[in-house]
Design a protein around this ligand. Structure first.
Ligand SMILES: [Zn+2]
Ligand SMILES: [Zn+2]
Length: 268
């Protein structure tokens, strides 16, 4: 069992698909013995109903209260999961300008002009075309670079393979994915090991160990680990698997971002 587990990806009921009040998340994190966690509620930049631009002050107020209440027990960080920043960069940049964050996690949930991959029925769809489009846009997001860590690199697998049981050959995207990882490494940013898919049927993390090893080979230094919990009970789940992977990929440290700066923490 690791001594210093930190969950860098969690959602409260301030996310459109989150269920846990921040107070319950704090209690759950404390019960699991975490050294801390980051609250990374969704801002879907390309959806005016789901971007946080006019709501985040209230969210931040709640996080500040949690930080004060649990100050003695653990670290609670103010993060955001910035979805589709490159489809609406003005929204993303305005949000980053307006509020102070500890941690900005960038993600891509949909291809341009399409719904979140979680709502797509892939049977009969041109899956290779969807994936090609997805990874081309993910590379653009990596190049945009105004974030700290890239979330769930293999997000499409959660739905196509994990939930809808359609096997995916990832080989055609190897080159694009290596380019994404290289860009992130060169920019001094992090990738995330997202453990949610271990409890959601995919049977591996997003991304799997192979890609974390590539990131290390390409000069990457920073890896964050997150459960992507949307319920209090899921906070901290399988972070130890993420720690094992970071170690196995050859890193001596995992990373937590505070005030947008990477902090290397020994894997203990
Ligand atoms: Zn996400
Ligand atoms: Zn998330």
């Amino acid at each position: 069992m690791y001594q210093n587990l930190f969950d860098s990806h969690t959602h409260s009921d301030n996310s459109h698909d989150g269920h846990a009040p921040i107070s319950l998340m704090c209690e759950a994190a404390q019960a699991k013995g975490l050294m801390g966690f980051a609250i990374t509620d969704h801002c879907e930049c390309d959806d005016p109903k789901l971007n946080m631009i006019n709501r985040f002050a209230a969210v931040q107020f709640e996080i500040l209260k949690a930080q004060a209440a649990f100050r003695e027990q653990m670290t609670v960080l103010c993060g955001i999961e910035l979805g589709q920043a490159i489809y609406a960069p003005d929204v993303a940049e305005a949000l980053l300008e307006k509020y102070k964050f500890d941690f900005v996690l960038a993600s891509l949930h949909n291809n341009p002009g399409h719904v979140d991959l979680c709502h797509v029925g892939f049977e009969g769809e041109n899956v290779p075309e969807i994936l090609q489009n997805y990874y081309e846009n993910l590379l653009k997001l990596a190049q945009w670079n105004k974030f700290d860590a890239l979330a769930h690199l293999t997000y499409p697998l959660r739905y196509i393979q994990g939930m809808q049981g359609i096997p995916v050959d990832m080989k055609p995207y190897d080159e694009l994915i290596r380019e994404i990882l290289k860009t992130i490494a060169q920019n001094g940013k992090a990738i995330e090991i997202n453990t949610s898919t271990l409890r959601q049927g995919l049977g591996m993390t997003m991304p799997s160990l192979e890609y974390v090893k590539w990131f290390k080979e390409l000069g990457g230094e920073y890896v964050t680990i997150g459960s992507d919990a949307h319920w209090a009970k899921d906070i901290g789940t399988d972070l130890d698997v993420g720690m094992d992977m970071v170690k196995e990929a050859g890193f001596e440290y995992f990373t937590v971002f505070r005030r947008r700066e990477p902090k290397l923490l020994k894997i203990l």
